[in-house]
Ligand binder design. Structure first.
Ligand code: ADP
Length: 511
């Protein structure tokens, strides 16, 4: 490239202390780009790497590489694309332990969850590769003789993928592998907190033999690199996962610039506990849902809606459990709650706790503070927190906190429980614990959410089922499963007329 405005490290290059971009088949670093440090949130003395805050020109190079690679990749038979995805899945399986540990080091979640994150990407590789021999279209009879009606999927083109830090391998895989099997080329921008996980995901694809330009990786901040993707004139689709606020900007900008857009945004998920529930089971679900991943999943449980007959017993249990949750570095055995991802987010969580206590007037039953003693001194830890006496008007009832904070609401009936759950700007995940099959069926029918769990926590999605939500959670798409194909493909309808004459639908055969 003229002027060499970037440093090329070559196809095989890999640096463990620099999260390089990958553009047109080469690892590279945009010359002069500001460096974004990436630190371990459990111990900020552990500097993992620096990533470039890639400017708009770097995004343009990546988009140009993706555009150039698109025609050949689009023509590559899907089963051939699938072979590369299968190999990438195998490579991730071989590297699972190292990748899982990296997930824990970069984003703080405990190692079993870090390994689970990588497993989800491996599962997604199996699923997407299988689509290489499926991706079924439909045929239908024609209303006219000697005529055939077909439909099949075609790729969208160049896809910009903007991903968050909390599933730093799984979410790039959800988006990327479905995009690739459909025949799109991609430009991935991972979250600035987890750039090396993005590198490792891309490296698996590169080592699996993905042709140059088909997969491109551009690191950077949302305001610089993310914005450049969203505003770029030659991207056909942006698939975004992150905050609702950013999602609204992404959707409106994509609308204004004529791009397709799929959004996966916030949640304020609730677990209902009915009076006939197995309380021990409900407790396990609530503890895992609220304090696992330090509450930083879009499907985390942040509201516990409890029938008045078991309210006090359930509160006693959950407060006791919260007090006994092991908080710490995710590499240590038995840790359930790791750190908050960064200082800004930790302060936000603490501010919500203040709002709950002072402005909303809820009762702080336990937790409510930063933990910084001993081994936790250099990380961003918040003590698992439970509020009781929460009512529907309160901000902690309504707003996404994204931390280990659970609000307990008392209700008197199933109808009130479901109505309370539905009183929400989001609609991602939900759960009900009951042994009454009729209550379970009614809840399943009446809950306004993309995902409902019966006698299970609000977290635990599997890759072969649709993932997404209603209301403020998204814009109607469902990731993964068979529905993920709908995000990354267009339908083409073909009519084949072998009658040898002009046949006019709706006219020649009119009654
Ligand atoms: P979270 O709260 O999960 O960090 P964000 O919406 O801030 O959610 O970030 C999710 C992803 O969106 C990250 O990759 C981030 O860099 C990116 N992002 C943030 N702001 C913008 C923006 N204005 N334009 C495009 N991408 C953005």
């Amino acid at each position: 490239m003229a002027g060499a405005a970037y440093n090329t490290y070559g196809k095989g290059a890999y640096m463990s202390d620099r999260a390089l971009n990958y553009i047109g088949g080469e690892w590279c670093w945009p010359d002069g780009a500001a460096e974004i440090p990436c630190v371990n949130p459990a111990d900020t003395r552990d500097v993992i790497c620096v990533a470039p805050d890639s400017p708009a020109e770097e995004v343009s190079r990546a988009v140009a590489a993706a555009r150039a690679a698109y025609p050949a990749w689009k023509r590559t038979p899907p089963p051939e694309r699938a072979k590369i995805i299968t190999r990438a899945g195998q490579i991730m399986a071989e590297r699972k332990n190292a990748m899982g540990a990296l997930v824990t080091r970069e984003c703080g979640k405990p190692l079993p969850e870090g390994l689970g994150d990588v497993q989800e990407a491996i599962d997604m590789a199996h699923l997407a590769a299988g689509e290489g021999r499926r991706m079924h279209g439909k045929t239908a009879p024609s209303e006219l003789p000697d005529k055939l009606c077909l439909s099949f999927r075609e790729p969208k083109g160049v896809c910009g993928l903007i991903t968050p830090w909390n599933f730093p391998v799984a979410i790039p895989a959800w988006k990327g592998l479905h995009a690739l099997i459909c025949g799109n080329t991609i430009v991935l921008k991972p979250a600035e907190d987890t750039p090396m996980c993005g590198v490792e995901f891309v490296r698996a694809l590169v080592d699996a033999g993905v042709p140059k330009g088909v997969v491109n990786l551009v690191h950077g901040s949302g305001e610089v690199t993310g914005k450049a993707i969203v505003e770029h004139g030659d991207i056909d689709l942006v698939s975004f996962t992150g905050s609702t606020q950013t999602g609204c900007y992404v959707a409106s900008t994509c609308g204004a610039t004529g791009k397709g857009v799929s959004l996966e945004c916030g949640g304020k998920n609730a677990q209902i506990v009915m009076d006939d529930a197995n309380l021990d089971l409900a407790l396990e679900g609530a503890t895992w849902g609220a304090f696992g991943t330090a509450g930083q999943r879009c499907t985390a449980t942040s509201r516990l809606i409890v029938h008045e007959k078991v309210h006090d017993a359930m509160v006693e249990r959950i407060v006791n459990a919260a007090k006994n949750v092991k908080v710490g570095n995710g590499m240590d055995d038995g840790v359930l709650t790791g750190p908050i991802i960064n200082e800004t987010q930790m302060r936000r969580v603490l501010e919500y706790i203040r709002i709950g206590r002072d402005d909303d007037g809820a009762t702080l039953a336990c937790g409510g503070e930063r933990m910084s003693d001993g081994a936790l001194a250099h990380g961003w830890f918040v003590r698992p927190t439970v509020f009781t006496g929460v009512t529907r008007g309160m901000r902690i009832f309504k707003e996404e906190i994204f931390g280990p904070v659970l609000s307990v609401v008392k209700v008197g009936s199933l109808d009130e429980a479901v109505e309370t759950l539905n009183d929400c700007a989001y609609g991602l995940s939900s759960s009900i614990y009951t042994q009454d099959v009729n209550a379970a069926m009614r809840a399943m029918r009446d809950i306004e959410a993309g995902i409902v769990y019966i006698n299970g926590p609000t977290i635990g999605a599997e890759v072969h089922m649709p993932f997404g939500g209603v209301k403020g959670t998204g814009n109607g798409h469902r990731e993964a499963a068979w529905t993920g194909l709908d995000i990354f493909s267009e339908w083409k309808t073909v009519y084949v007329d072998y009658s040898g004459k002009l046949q006019r639908a709706q006219i020649d055969n009119a009654e």
